[in-house]
Design a binder for this molecule. Structure first.
Ligand code: NAD
Length: 291
């Protein structure tokens, strides 16, 4: 029987810690603050953004919800980002993706102040990740690692198949797994891999972040291996994982079909806001009076 990697329960304990950290910072005079910018009326994006603000309200983080029309110009959007960068009561700035096609998303991401980049996707923060330096880190791979570590899934010296090379999950996760602090042996798989099963069957853990329903089946897993479903697809209103149900008969550790990485990703965003506010607090204390 596979051990269930219960991200919902873990996220609840993370939120309790975040609440305590937010209260501690507030007492010290810095209430952590997050601003989000949502462009256009995409329903799913609006839902994700609303939940982020709910999370902030529940944990004592101030939040500002900026909504802009689909037709917003690149320079107008950049203006909003720069305004938020300069706002001292806000420690995190997040521009919800995807952006409309006429907006150059990369230059918007680049415009977010690196110390407020709570998505961890600014090139400076990604560069620090590659260098093994501690800065703001992408939320989903950090959430996955946190989940595996909380359940003591062995990683050091173990082969880990990561399916999907998207920046949000697979590519950055593979870098983090190979870090000497984790010491796993990742293989980064993608659409061009000729034989996924040949790699997954040799792996001690399989992390699927492709967005292909039921991509990993029981016959592709080594008995006792860990299977983490990150990719999700909606079909007729139902959420389908990249990990097929029959994997439960073979896996040693397994994420539940619904939820786990999602709630942890949301909690990790709040952790990044706390980290950014903490760094701001330390920097402003350190600055002292200028005489
Ligand atoms: P992406 O589109 O950037 O990347 C998808 C990757 O999957 C690509 O590298 C592609 O090569 C690979 N892929 C597609 N089909 C494949 C196949 N048949 N075999 C092997 N590889 C294949 O997507 P992303 O932003 O990295 O997100 C990946 C998935 O994770 C999506 O389903 C997304 O919804 C989900 N996601 C979940 C969370 C969460 O919190 N649960 C967070 C972020 C992303």
């Amino acid at each position: 029987m596979a051990v269930l990697l219960d991200g919902d329960a873990l996220a609840a304990t993370w939120r309790d810690e975040i609440k305590r950290d937010a209260a501690r910072l507030t007492q010290a005079g810095i209430t952590p603050g997050l601003a989000t910018i949502l462009v256009g009326g995409d329903e799913a994006s609006a839902h994700y953004v609303s939940r982020k603000h709910q999370d902030c309200a529940e944990t004592g983080i101030l939040s500002r919800d900026i909504r802009l029309p689909e037709t917003v110009r690149q320079d107008e959007l950049l203006g909003h980002v720069r305004e938020l960068n300069a706002e001292p009561t806000l420690h995190g700035v997040l521009v919800q993706l995807p952006l409309p096609a006429h907006i150059d998303a990369a230059s918007i991401q680049l415009a977010v102040a690196p110390e407020k980049d709570v998505d961890g996707l600014h090139p400076l923060n990604l560069g620090a990740l590659v260098l093994g330096q501690r800065r703001l880190r992408p939320c989903t791979p950090s959430a996955i690692l946190g989940l595996l570590q909380a359940y003591r899934v062995p990683l050091a010296g173990r082969r880990v198949a990561v399916i999907g090379r998207g920046l949000l999950v697979g590519r950055t996760l593979a870098i983090m797994l190979a870090d000497p602090a984790i010491d796993a042996i990742p293989t980064l798989l993608h659409r061009g891999a000729p034989d996924l099963a040949a790699v997954t069957r040799e792996s001690d853990a399989v992390i699927a972040a492709a967005g292909v329903p039921d991509l990993v089946r029981a016959d592709m897993l080594k008995p006792g291996a860990c299977a983490v479903g990150v990719g999700i697809t909606y079909r007729n209103g139902e959420m389908i994982s990249d990990i097929a149900d029959d994997v439960a008969s073979v896996a040693g550790f397994l994420t539940p079909r619904h939820g786990s990485v999602g709630p942890l990703t949301r909690a990790m965003l709040l952790r990044n806001v706390i980290e950014a506010a903490g760094a701001y607090s330390a920097a402003t204390r350190g600055a002292g009076p200028t005489a």
